[in-house]
Design a binder for this molecule. Sequence first.
Ligand SMILES: *[C@@H]1O[C@H](CO)[C@@H](O)[C@H](O)[C@H]1NC(C)=O
Ligand SMILES: *[C@@H]1O[C@H](CO)[C@@H](O)[C@H](O)[C@H]1NC(C)=O
Ligand SMILES: *[C@@H]1O[C@H](CO)[C@@H](O)[C@H](O)[C@H]1NC(C)=O
Ligand SMILES: *[C@@H]1O[C@H](CO)[C@@H](O)[C@H](O)[C@H]1NC(C)=O
Length: 453
Amino acid sequence: MDTCKKGVAFTVPTVCAILLILLLPASGSGFETGTEAQAETETELRRQLLINYDRTARPAATTAVRFRITLKHFDMIEEEQALMVDSWIVNEWFDPRLVWVAKDHKNISKLAFPYNMIWKPDLDVYNSAKVGEPPSFSDTLLIVFNNGRVLFVPPMRLQFSCVMDLTYWPHDSHNCTLIIGSWVHDGFAIDPQIMDDKPEIDIPVLVTESGRNLTRGSWELVEANMTRDVQRYECCPEPYVTIRVSILVTRNAPAYAWTVKLPAVGLSILTFVLFLLPPCAGEKIIFGGLCLILDVLFLAYTSNVITHAPSHTPLIIELVCEQLLLVVGSVVVAAVSTRLARDPHTSGLPSCLKRPLICLSTCLCLNNYKSLVGLVSWEVSQAHQSYSRAAKTEEQLELGENGASHLYCGGGVDFTTTCGLDWLLLAAFIDRVSLIVFVIIFVGNMLAFKVVL
Ligand SMILES: *[C@@H]1O[C@H](CO)[C@@H](O)[C@H](O)[C@H]1NC(C)=O
Ligand SMILES: *[C@@H]1O[C@H](CO)[C@@H](O)[C@H](O)[C@H]1NC(C)=O
Ligand SMILES: *[C@@H]1O[C@H](CO)[C@@H](O)[C@H](O)[C@H]1NC(C)=O
Ligand SMILES: *[C@@H]1O[C@H](CO)[C@@H](O)[C@H](O)[C@H]1NC(C)=O
């Protein structure tokens, strides 16, 4: 406009008109020039504010830094026993050196500063799981308001250690605490405070049509608290202040119900079936071996799925291992009872064993076997025993063996095998006792391990 006035004074008015026309469109699209002017003012203001500004000096003797945290995503890194959170950490403080009067600067009430141009609290994560890596407080701009308030909201991925107790896997929950504080300053220099005792949780959840909540990770955030913790040490009068964010997470992976819990129960039932098979059935050993292979495979699978926890054993692994031992035990018992029942026996049971055995077998519902033995009267049995002792021929031994096998197959009773019958009763007795023991262990197991099933 100045040139225009000069033009009026010195040159022809048309030139002034042309200049005006040329200038008009520029001033007409005032939005652009407005921001340009604003940017200039901002640059100027920023320059003025930073004259003699020492960004290493604290704004005040005690600078209060107020915190808020917004959790955007989290995941448990099980191999590293660490919790990873993506969060926005809002921290704000007052810097009296960065105060200006808005009116004098085209009403600019806030200014953005690069993160390395003004003072920033030296905050760090005390229990970081990635010590030594460059600070995760990323290079976002800081916003300074004309009253000196500085707002710094870096989006951060923090990874902090969280010791996991996998005992109740897959129903485990973990209380992880994130500790943030000034790395070198005590509470007299930098005083961290909390704006809110509950962190804001803004984790995206996809709700399907069927009402299911789908999340990115296999974890659910139960609750989170924020506390200000003041520690004083004997050595020094100054307090050390940290902000602690406790996050309680629980595993929410329904898939494990199908891939781990169901097979675990299924294998338990198979072990039960193993004990149900009749005594001295050769299939028992084959079936036991099969169960053993299944158990070993399943154990390998579960210990692969569950993170290695050397300090403790998850209950579900204990359950599978216990089952494995039971199967081994049952195969041994099956081998012994088969041996007892199928061996060629030349003598019956010693009577000191036989009498209590016959009494006990009634209590154990072994009447079928008992009646088999009972078919032969005591005297006949005794006579037979002395007879067989007197004439121990190969032929009779063979007969005895065949008779017992024959009997096991459900055939008729051969009187020549009464001594074999005694042993069959013993085998049945051992088998029944082991079944009862197994049922007790099975029920006990299911009760003891119901927390993980
Ligand atoms: C600044 O704001 C005040 C009040 O809102 C207004 O009166 C004034 O015109 C504004 N000044 C500029 C340069 O925009
Ligand atoms: C989680 O840990 C923090 C700090 O160790 C403790 O203050 C808080 O009470 C714990 N929360 C739960 C639910 O155990
Ligand atoms: C899904 O999330 C909503 C709100 O977070 C909750 O009320 C609901 O019970 C959840 N549904 C399931 C199936 O977990
Ligand atoms: C959060 O605070 C409440 C009440 O003080 C407490 O009951 C709960 O255990 C705390 N949770 C965590 C994860 O620390």
